[in-house]
Design a protein around this ligand. Structure first.
Ligand code: SF4
Ligand code: SF4
Length: 314
């Protein structure tokens, strides 16, 4: 029949309209028809009773974890900004941001401004932003700043209810407005937060392991050095003629030889090569004439010594 479809459609609308109030009654007393429970039932996969639409602002859609709105800065000062004991200076001091400027550089519409802190006495930069601004009218919520920050200091927010009547001033978020405690970040992005904490824990463990390894190697080196010094001392004592004192030249020569030996050993260890067996200086080859002359000189010396000894005994 002509017009029957319209009547049927209006009937369905009327049914939902009436069912909204009937369903609302189920939450009274003690419950709320705009609670998350009611919201889940009406918006759920089944044939939800009553209104399908979201009754904003009483009802709000659940925001997925990866949702991103304008960025905020993470501070380790774990007090909510609206708390009575909140101290802004402490929040600034515990700010994770080091004012490295990477976020400002990668921001496509260039809506981040950072002023670095300088030491008033030395003029040297301090890794803390003195000022930090984000123009939220220009920000396109791309999330590049959060992605590139090496210190997990800037994150994308879930708070989209930031409309106001003073766009010249209030839409430019300053440091005071941007700072939010780390617990807030953990609440809105629990998976990301857990992953970052795990990565930090692993990094700290690796750092500790490397430090311990370094310490152990240094101790081993020191022990080897001490053992070598001890061995050198005992060999010197053994080489020393009984009761005879060494001349300063002998001591100097011995010390120089020892130092050269140690340097060669160290160089071999550092280059990773197997320690060479006693590097002996290559002797130049003597000619037969030289050998003969040397032997004659030696024989002559011996004969002189013998003659001297004979004359003393007589
Ligand atoms: S990249 Fe991170 S640490 Fe660097 S200035 Fe931006 S927020 Fe701060
Ligand atoms: S979200 Fe994108 S546009 Fe907004 S401040 Fe970060 S980098 Fe810039």
């Amino acid at each position: 029949m002509f017009g029957l479809g319209i009547v049927k459609g209006l009937g369905i609308t009327l049914k939902h309209f009436v069912n909204t109030f009937v369903d609302d009654l189920k939450y009274f007393p003690g419950g709320s028809a705009t609670s998350q429970e009611a919201f889940a039932r009406r918006q759920g996969p089944g044939p939800g009773p009553g209104l399908f639409t979201v009754e904003y602002p009483e009802m709000k859609l659940k925001i997925p974890e990866n949702y991103r709105f304008v960025p905020f800065l993470v501070t380790e000062y774990d007090v909510p900004p609206d708390a009575t004991d909140y101290v802004l200076d402490e929040a600034k001091a515990a700010n994770r941001c080091t004012s490295c400027g990477i976020c400002a550089k990668v921001c496509p519409p260039q809506c981040i401004w950072i002023v670095r802190t300088n030491d008033p006495k030395t003029g040297k930069p301090i890794p803390q932003p003195a000022e930090f601004y984000i123009d939220t009218d220009i920000c396109m919520n791309c999330g590049y700043c959060a992605e590139f920050c090496p210190f997990d200091a800037i994150k994308m927010d879930h708070d989209f209810e930031i409309a106001d009547y003073n766009r010249e001033v209030d839409h430019i978020h300053n440091l005071e407005r941007l700072l939010k405690p780390v617990s807030y970040y953990a609440k809105i992005r629990p998976t990301w937060y857990a992953q970052e904490q795990e990565a930090r824990r692993r990094e700290a463990e690796e750092k500790k392991r490397k430090e311990e390894e370094k310490k152990r190697k240094l101790a081993e080196k020191a022990a080897a050095k001490a053992a070598a010094a001890k061995a050198a001392g005992s060999s010197q004592a053994a080489a020393k003629p009984a009761g005879g004192k060494r001349s300063p030249e002998e001591i100097k020569a011995q010390r120089e030889a020892m130092m050269a030996k140690r340097a060669a050993k160290k160089a071999a260890q550092e280059s990773g090569a197997a320690p060479e067996a006693e590097a002996k200086p290559a002797k130049p080859k003597r000619t037969p004439e030289e050998i003969k002359a040397q032997r004659e000189a030696m024989m002559k010396k011996r004969a002189e010594r013998q003659a001297k000894a004979d004359s003393q005994s007589e």
